[in-house]
Ligand binder design. Structure first.
Ligand code: SAH
Length: 228
């Protein structure tokens, strides 16, 4: 069973979208579990203060190092990877998701306000991870993105163990177009080859479509694909 831990100031929003369909089923089947930790529980003073102003000035507040470190020390097992969701982090991608799906347990720390005191990151061996080049108001939505992309890779979660393999990014290409019934819809027919029953031809068609779409939309992926 994979155990994910989330550190947040908003524990009530979890498991949120992860409590539906395949993921709630997978939780019942004990393929994964989620522990949500309220960072505020580790605040020491009677007001349960979690943030303070940045040294050197500037707008906004930072999560205090002592509070966050206490929370981590009480809840993370030695050796587990700890990630801080941060726009400055290493860019999260499908490869990153695959690596994480092999961990037995890991922790995600969601920032709020202007972020966290930098010293916690170093002293607790925390890896920074970003879900993209834009700024969110908090790490929670990023944690959902990471958990969603990792959990679907766990064996047994999708039901059909082969299904992640065909998808966009798995082979370095964007996915080919897909069609379902009716065969003719608004006068548009499904491509003939898909009705042929010829699996080699279908495979070739799909690959050429994938290649064309990737070349057109994502020159960065296309260059990498051609090199590998
Ligand atoms: N002052 C920071 C931004 C803080 S945004 C800076 O300029 O780098 C507030 C919180 O949202 C962060 O602590 C982080 O946890 C989360 N966050 C914002 N953008 C993110 C992104 N692209 N990926 C992951 N987490 C992000």
């Amino acid at each position: 069973m994979m155990q994910a831990q989330v550190f947040t100031l908003y524990p009530e929003i979890f498991p949120g979208p992860l409590n539906k369909g395949i993921y709630s089923k997978a939780m019942t089947k004990k393929l994964w579990s989620l522990k949500v930790i309220n960072i505020r529980d580790s605040a020491q003073d009677k007001h349960k203060t979690v943030d303070d102003t940045p040294y050197g000035g500037g707008t906004g507040m930072l999560i205090k190092p002592d509070v966050l470190a206490n929370s981590i020390d009480q809840n993370v097992n030695n050796g587990d990877r700890i990630f801080y969701l941060s726009p400055k982090g290493k860019r999260f991608d499908q490869k990153f998701a695959q690596d994480l799906s092999k961990e037995k347990s890991f922790s995600l720390i969601c920032g709020q306000f202007e972020g966290v005191d930098e010293r916690v990151l170093g002293t607790r061996n925390i890896e920074e991870v970003s879900i993209g080049d834009y700024v969110l108001s908090g790490g929670e939505t990023a944690a959902f993105v990471i958990l969603d992309s990792v959990l679907r890779l766990l064996p047994g979660v999708l039901g059909n163990d082969k299904s992640p393999a065909d998808e966009t990014f798995e082979n370095g290409l964007l996915e080919y177009p897909q069609f379902t019934k009716p065969q003719i819809w608004e006068e548009k027919a499904v491509p003939e080859v898909l009705l042929s029953g010829d699996h080699t031809k279908i495979k070739d068609w799909r690959l050429s479509q994938s290649e064309a779409i990737t070349r057109d939309r994502r020159p960065d992926l296309w260059q990498k694909y051609k090199k590998d």
